[in-house]
Design a protein around this ligand. Sequence first.
Ligand code: SAM
Ligand code: SF4
Ligand code: SF4
Length: 375
Amino acid sequence: MSNKQKELEKRYQFQTEYIKNVEDFKSKLFEKKLVPYQVEFQAPPRGKKICWLECPYCYGLSAEDNGERLNKDRGLEILNEILEGGVRKIIYAGYATDPLNCSYIDDLLEITVLKKAIFGFNTKALRISDNFFNTLKNNKIVDTSYISLSVDAGTNETYNKIHAVRGSAKIYDKVLLNTQKLGEIRKKNYFDLSAAYLVNIHSGNEYDCEKFMNDFISAGCNVIRFTFPQQPKGIQTDEGVVPLEKEKVNYKKIIERLKSKYENSDCSILIVDADTDYDIYKKPRTIPCFARYVFPTVGFDGWLYNCSQSSAPNFRSSALGDLTKNNFWDLFYNYDLNNFGSFQKTCNQKIASTGCKCDRKEHVLNQKLIDNKII
Ligand SMILES: C[S@@+](CC[C@H](N)C(=O)[O-])C[C@H]1O[C@@H](n2cnc3c(N)ncnc32)[C@H](O)[C@@H]1O
Ligand code: SF4
Ligand code: SF4
């Protein structure tokens, strides 16, 4: 396996080092010279509905929608503020939204690419415009940029079942076609292209898993990642939507067998079970929380939040502030250095009272800084 492919596997197993040098991080924090490692930009939906799907496993289903949306002019301005201040990586994803469901996503991508920042996309990729494809085709792309597609099925029928789509629309075929187009572009202009598969009662059968691997490897993906849905915060799920430990063991056997058949030097196949491997998801959050200094998140409503998992109007009590009225950097540097300990304490009390739930990267980041006694 090439070094590039090994590096890629590390990233997709959520092993990115967000802070390489803790001492350097600390001194920049206390001089107010810190620049976040990345900013997640949760671009607003084009329609009234918050997302184009309502996946029954989605951890964002409990997000509040108060109807507020970040408009295009201010959205592009905020992105420029962020990039001009030195942020090198922008992640387009969502807590309860999909970046490609935003009416100005083509402009956001174009600015990111022209300003030579790394981009990352986490999307269902139901629709991709010609402008989006052309920006990827015709510009230099910074290394480690990626597009990660959440697919979760190997057939149209399973796709609709796992995502609770009524009717017989051929959405799987559409996503595969979009992936094939992306696969063609990355032969000439390299970026990482991965496909993710959540395994549960609907999708955990050999036929779907095998067809998905075959289709998405042939389409040009260089990583295929299988994971399991975790219990979403504040949502009741039907039996089997979130698999039990013993069900996961059976699913893993099927996927391991297929992995040995399909893995090759151009495409890694990963099975990531963070719940079982790290036993941290049972704990809702790791506090004190430092996420806002490392990966703050622009919400679809135009507010700046601590992290990607606390980025909807129901988390405003712990947010950094309103970006529609304030400059990104004014909000980012708005922390009290004279009383940093008590400032952090108040922030953490507010965070805990929102009932937020960390994902793996957030647990790991906070634990690392706690272990290094930042405060
Ligand atoms: C919340 S979605 C937002 C981006 C985009 N709408 C999408 O679905 O890819 C981000 C990722 O989280 C995954 N996800 C959502 N709910 C989850 C859960 N309860 N457990 C594990 N992964 C989940 C989705 O499958 C997707 O890959
Ligand atoms: S998983 Fe993604 S596409 Fe599905 S409802 Fe959640 S945010 Fe929307
Ligand atoms: S989810 Fe985790 S990282 Fe995000 S605000 Fe809550 S404690 Fe902090």
